[in-house]
Design a protein around this ligand. Sequence first.
Ligand code: GLY
Length: 378
Amino acid sequence: MFAIVGSGICGLGIGWRLASAGAEVTVVDSATAGQGATWAAAGMLAPQAEAEHGEEALLPLLLESRAMWAGFAAELEAASGIDVGYRTEGTVVVALDRDDHEFLEQRHTYLKSLGLDVEWLTGRAVRKREPGLAPAVTGGIYSPLDHQVDNRAVFKALRTAYLEAGGTLIENTPVDEIAMSGGRAVGIRLPDREIAAETVVLAAGAWSRLVPGLPEPSRPPVRPLKGQMIALQMDPAAPLVEHVVWGPDIYIVPRRDGRLVIGATVEEMGFDTQMTAGGLYELTRHAWETLPGIYDLPVIETWAGLRPASRDDAPILGASDIPGLVIATGHHRNGILLAPVTADAISGLVLRGETRESVRPFGPERFAAPARQREGLA
Ligand code: GLY
């Protein structure tokens, strides 16, 4: 019997793999399932477009998971009967002025030096690919393998596949604490019952640090990083744009049904999820500068989500210092992208005690305080 705290794409993905292998699994969420970062995300599978400077060590894991996505999406669709909106047009990253242009040229050279599949486009070539982009676009990078999925459809499919595989889902129920016995995690305590588990997986996104029951040094160092988003409605028969587009400080993600997802702010605001006038202004201004045709589109939704950011912005994946407790959180901006590798790596660890080589650098032990500090000597 296994228990998973958190029903986002990672918690349910791990649960799906475990249940499909015949294990008894319970996933618990204090809110309605999948309504955290999984719901708020844009669904970009774009390590080449999105990876930030200083994240070079993370790139191989991002690329590995990206390569898994087509298979993961097909498997999920077959298991659930739900189309997850996997689109393969690729991503275009564009520059609007000389500084952006120089930055992107350097980025293109760097990505090429890694042997990655990217193509430099002149301003004219960018507009040939996406005629709706601003005349000011001076050039950009085309990244054909940076695809997208509809993250909300993925959640619905995962929930269905997980339940079909025999998993149990308990929603709107707080975990009062992770139950410990003899220094080992032995299950989870809910308000009305205790669920015994040989392994507990903590996959509660930005809330992972707040789940009671763990001693302070064992709580994963994640914090919420707010992102405000908006969605506009295009005519699906005449979409303004077909690729995922990154402009300066903005991304624009077209769905097949004409929904145009635009994001996102990056704000250290704790657990606040309010939309602000400034957030809306920045999003619409940057999006309009990149894709002027958005000006007349109706706004159909605004929302803010909380990315689970770790201290080094890389995920926290692996066995904790507490026997029986495994951590899968801290996915920062890459939770949707990293879902397939997270599901396989963590289910492999839970079922067979195997640590996948590619996640080895991202274990929780990298944040362990030096022994002298733990013992209160420093
Ligand atoms: N991955 C999209 C975002 O973090 O805003």
